[in-house]
Ligand binder design. Structure first.
Ligand code: 8YV
Length: 316
């Protein structure tokens, strides 16, 4: 029997039931997250593992890949690859696939949902009604969304889907990215401080990783107008979280809508205590429809790998 015939998959973190069951039906599935001593487990079982399945928010550490001499595919349930050392994978000839295209619309929906709920104080309004305050107090005013200036950091697929939605709210749309995209009808800002200065809402839609680490920091919060809101549906690592908390406490910005954090699932208590912050548990792509599509894509790539067919969602 060749190593490839072993059809062995290493699951780094839990994935949705549907995908897990399909993997278990077709392959030998090792669950690293269930092991008390992952290093010892890898030392014993690593040689036979051909495929790693992981989530975008989790990735796979290079020490794990180092313990898998025969691995040929890392199939990511998600689009973020900041948790995978792509240079290392390339050097080893390990293919990486993502669930490209499946989650763009949901993540853009969440960005607009967070923007609307932060600006229009939807969660605060809900608490106001539930706490029985309505008969006793006048509900506070909120901020208009339509017609405002939205600044989008990162104009990839998700950034563009956010811009399309913002157009429906008659917003003035600006963006910054590594380079201008001449095909887009939006105003390009050459750098992030320039974008921040002219934005009522700053929406973070860039990729995570070394290049964007901490780029939304004190200087950006100070460049934003005091009434600005910051929305993050991308990666917690892009925002300097202590600077964000400080900016909210000092009134450098008016609020934030967050789906992602620096150290998930741990959310700083300071953020939990703020009424002008709307918090979600990294659920931008977590709809039944999208998660089913993501499962199908991961499974299709694993199948293609074991059957020696081209990988449909391979990163170049
Ligand atoms: C998912 C993500 O929530 O695509 C990504 O990189 O972070 C999210 O869509 C995650 O991968 C699933 O847990």
């Amino acid at each position: 029997m060749t190593v490839r015939n072993l059809r062995t998959v290493l699951l780094i973190a839990p994935v949705m039931d549907q995908l897990q069951k399909r993997l278990e039906a077709g392959y030998v599935v090792h669950k690293l997250y269930e092991q008390a001593d992952p290093a010892a487990y890898l030392a014993q079982n690593g040689a036979g593992i051909l495929v790693v399945v992981t989530r975008g928010d989790v990735g796979v550490g290079t020490p794990v890949l180092e313990a898998l001499p025969s691995v040929g595919l890392v199939a990511v349930f998600g689009v973020g690859t900041d948790g995978v050392d792509l240079d290392y994978a390339r050097r080893r000839g390990i293919h990486v696939t993502i669930t490209s295209g499946a989650l763009t619309e949901d993540v853009a929906d969440m960005a607009l949902g967070l923007l609307l709920s932060t600006a229009r104080r939807l969660c605060q309004g809900d608490r106001f009604v539930r706490e029985g305050r309505w008969p006793l107090e006048t509900p506070p005013l909120s901020s208009q969304v339509s017609g405002k200036r939205i600044g989008i950091l990162g104009m990839g697929n998700i950034g563009r889907a956010i811009a399309r939605r913002a157009g429906g709210f008659d917003m003035q749309i600006r963006y910054t990215d590594r380079k201008r995209n001449d095909a887009l009808p939006y105003l390009f800002c050459p750098d992030l401080p320039a974008l921040a200065r002219d934005s009522d809402f700053l929406v973070i839609a860039a990729s995570g990783g070394k290049e964007s680490q901490g780029m939304v920091n004190r200087l950006i919060f100070q460049a934003l107008p005091d009434h600005a809101l910051v929305i993050n549906i991308a990666r917690g690592s892009i925002v300097n979280e202590p600077d964000l908390i400080n900016a909210l406490q000092q009134g450098d910005i008016a609020g934030a809508g967050l789906d992602v954090y620096a150290d998930e699932p741990n959310v700083p208590p300071a953020l939990l205590a703020m009424d002008n912050v709307v918090l979600q548990p990294h659920t931008a792509s977590a709809t039944w429809e999208t998660r089913r599509k993501m499962s199908d894509i991961v499974f299709a790539n694993v199948e293609a790998f074991f059957n020696q067919r081209p990988l449909p969602n391979k990163l170049e």
